[in-house]
Design a protein. Structure first.
Length: 103
């Protein structure tokens, strides 16, 4: 990954941090919790995933395929996102991949 992309990812992380730390909603809830006699430690973890985009017609096909329902309520992007969060679905909820071995 080149340095420019690394810098942009760092700026994204800083923007997320700034948004959370300056949020009036969050500050209000934290204040209410402290008024109840508790100290608040808020730790957030963000996972930033990057997919390199091809600049030809295959790009639009892959984006359409990723957003299309995968024979169920979840798109391929949904499933990838859940997997990145280490969330697995019951076998009944996961659509079968016709290209997968054993199908």
């Amino acid at each position: 990954m080149n340095q420019k992309v690394k810098n942009l990812i760092q700026k994204l992380g800083e923007a997320i941090h700034e948004s959370v730390s300056e949020s009036e909603d969050i500050a209000g809830v934290v204040k209410n919790i402290r008024e109840q006699g508790f100290d608040v430690l808020l730790m957030l973890e963000a996972t930033i995933g990057l997919n390199e985009v091809a600049e030809d017609s295959a790009e639009s096909e892959s984006v359409d395929a990723a957003d299309a329902p995968a024979d169920g309520p979840f798109t391929a992007n949904d499933l990838n996102f859940l997997k990145s969060l280490r969330i697995s679905l019951d076998e009944d909820e996961v659509p079968e991949d016709p290209a997968a071995p054993g199908s």
